[in-house]
Design a protein around this ligand. Structure first.
Ligand code: NAD
Ligand code: GLY
Length: 357
């Protein structure tokens, strides 16, 4: 088992990474006394595969648990779901002495985290991520929120979990496309902060795709270590945390313009290549380094170009509503070499047109 810490003073919390830890959550929660009773929040698909295992783990440790299931998919990350789940929590008599468990992918983590942040003005919660994307990114760092028609994640708050439990065994039931989406975020960490990790990803492709336990544990713990370092330094995204958005500016626009038929991680892969090309155009990144990024993404089976059928006008409309725009100017995270980035707000519309192709 690997254990890491997100260092935030009195709000610090552990990240446990181990095969089979889903079945041991009850014992750990009983020791930590996170809540008196637990509201287990999960989507219908995750509930079917892992709901019983986690419920039994809590019962085995003498803990009371109420399960709350919602329909899978991004559409559930809404204020409507928050109101529905909060109503169910209230009917069950869940109060401030109790806690929530977010069991699932990023949709569940963001939704249940937001619910925990706002229900009764805030109750504790833990993250139990079951997609690779959630294990390496969304479960760590306390960003919670929901979407509105005008854009993704436009309503949200920072609310840090009390603990994160990463069970690598759950990745075996994850659909292939979801695994690939998570791998895009994994590659992101190599580009933004760790050249040696990028080399590792180049050299262990097959073992990673085969979910070889030691290699996948090292991969996930490296990503969590980087994310924990960045969050500890800049919890509320005043500066440094923005590097985690590498590939996300154009990625979010591609995701939205595709009506979410291109999943988050795959859109981020396209966005990472677009940002690398912008970096070359700005004279910040060498052509060979950009090619290494493109080659690695392709090697993992990830898309590297905006699909021809996708409306460029729609992508640009999404770019204009990006919540990371400051004073109307888009800030792009651009790589300067493998392992380092900078922020550039001096990108012209013509340059954006050129990289969208
Ligand atoms: P998701 O939560 O929708 O999960 C994808 C699908 O996989 C769902 O259908 C789910 O039921 C299924 N699933 C989950 N785990 C499974 C398993 N082990 N076996 C079989 N099926 C499983 O999607 P996601 O990609 O995990 O998360 C995307 C969301 O995360 C987006 O809303 C995005 O905005 C958000 N996000 C948040 C942050 C953050 O810092 N808070 C960071 C990145 C992404
Ligand atoms: N996924 C970006 C962040 O957590 O800041």
């Amino acid at each position: 088992m690997r254990e890491l810490t997100v260092g935030l003073g009195s709000r610090s919390y552990p990240i446990f990474i181990a095969e089979g830890c889903l079945g041991r959550i009850g014992t750990d929660l009983a020791e930590r006394r996170v809540g008196k009773r637990y509201g287990l929040i999960m989507d219908d698909r995750v509930a079917e595969v892992y709901g019983e295992l986690v419920t039994e783990s809590l019962h085995g440790a003498g803990l009371a648990v109420e399960t709350l299931v919602f329909p899978h998919g991004e559409a559930s990350k809404s204020l409507h779901s928050v109101a529905d789940l909060a109503g169910r929590l209230a009917s069950l008599g869940i109060d401030r002495q109790d806690a929530l468990i977010a069991l699932g992918g990023g949709v569940t983590g963001d939704l249940a985290g937001f619910l925990a942040a706002t229900y009764m003005r805030g109750i504790p919660y833990v993250q139990v991520p079951t997609t690779l994307l959630a294990q390496v990114d969304s479960s760590v760092g306390g960003k919670t929120g929901v979407d509105i028609i005008e854009g993704k994640n436009l309503i949200g708050v920072f609310h840090q979990p009390r603990a994160v439990y990463v069970d690598i065994a759950v990745l075996r039931t994850l659909p292939r496309e979801e695994l690939l989406g998570g791998l895009a975020e994994v590659i992101k960490y190599g580009v933004i902060r760790d050249g040696a990790f990028f080399d590792f990803l180049e050299n262990h492709r097959q073992a990673i795709l085969d979910l070889q336990p030691e290699v996948i544990t090292h991969t996930i713990s490296t990503c969590c270590r980087i994310k924990a370092e960045v969050v500890a330094e800049d919890e509320r995204e005043g500066g440094m945390r923005r590097i985690l958005n590498y590939g996300h500016t154009i990625g979010h626009a591609v995701e939205g313009a595709s009506d979410f038929t291109i999943i988050h991680g795959l859109a981020v892969a396209i966005g990472m290549v677009a940002a690398a090309r912008l970096a070359v155009a700005q004279g910040l990144l060498s052509e060979p380094d950009k090619e290494r990024i493109v080659t690695l993404l392709k090697a993992y089976g990830l898309p590297v170009a905006v699909p021809g059928a996708l409306s460029r006008t729609r992508i640009k409309r999404y770019l204009l509503t990006d919540k990371k725009a400051v004073g109307g100017r888009l800030h792009f995270v651009l790589p300067t070499t493998i392992g380092r980035t900078c922020i550039d707000a001096d990108i012209s519309e013509a340059q954006i047109d050129a990289v969208l192709g």
